[in-house]
Write a protein that binds this ligand. Structure first.
Ligand code: PRP
Ligand code: URA
Length: 209
């Protein structure tokens, strides 16, 4: 079954509180999404495999550790996942970035896919899928199913706010995927929005409302 890791760092709590505030404007919202993504990436990369190398310091040759193998690929779910990319790349600048374009049909709440471009060597990489919001779970489930067709080494999912309904659906659909969550909220409202949530993440990042 999926490991579910809910963040409990004071910096994340503080930044989330400002992020949720309806008065927070797009510029500050974008900065906060990026900063929270950086802090969450630190946790999500905690188990990356290491290998030992020899490093010549100014004093002697030392045995040191570096990340083994082909490292990471980040895959943001468009649009809102784009807001997390700079933040995670600031910690892992050599990672590749794929993109999956999905939007929720406002009537059915089902995801509609319109774009998919993944790194050519994705089968040699660990993938971290990025989306600020896990609501019904439809978008994340669909994106991960698409990525699995390309046989990556491993997949993790990282979101800033999750609803219990989406978390349950994602765990059931992809029990092999570990899930990193900034905050686990109360429930979904009748329009499929997370309560208390932060509203529409894509609109708040890109100022489209
Ligand atoms: C939002 C969000 C997720 C999705 C979550 O995207 O960024 O991708 O909804 O909802 P779900 O768990 O019920 O699928 P949206 O469809 O608003 O598209 P956008 O990012 O282009 O605004
Ligand atoms: N997508 C969002 O951006 N916000 C929600 O609360 C639910 C889905």
């Amino acid at each position: 079954m999926s490991n579910v890791i809910v963040m409990d760092h004071p910096l994340i709590h503080h930044k989330l509180s400002i992020l949720r505030n309806e008065k927070t404007g797009s510029k500050e919202f974008r900065n906060l999404v990026s900063e929270i993504a950086t802090l969450m990436c630190y946790e999500a990369t905690r188990d990356l495999p290491l290998k030992e190398v020899e490093t010549k310091t100014p004093i002697c040759v030392a045995k040191t550790k570096v990340i083994a193998g082909k490292k990471l690929a980040f895959v943001p779910i468009l649009r809102a996942g784009l807001g997390m990319v700079d933040g995670v790349l600031s910690l892992v600048p050599s990672a590749r970035v794929g993109h999956i374009g999905l939007y929720r049909d406002p009537e059915t709440l089902k995801p509609v896919e319109y774009y998919c471009k993944l790194p050519a060597d994705i089968e040699h990489r660990e993938v971290i899928v990025l989306d600020p919001m896990l609501a019904t779970g439809g978008s994340a489930i669909d994106a991960i199913s698409q990525i699995k067709l390309r046989n990556p080494m491993n997949i993790k999912f990282m979101c800033i706010i999750a609803a219990p309904e989406g978390l349950e659906a994602l765990k059931n659909a992809h029990p092999d995927v570990d899930i990193y969550i900034g905050a686990l909220d109360s429930h979904l409202n009748d329009h499929g929005y997370i309560v208390p949530g932060l509203g529409d993440a894509g609109d708040r990042i890109f100022g489209t409302k």
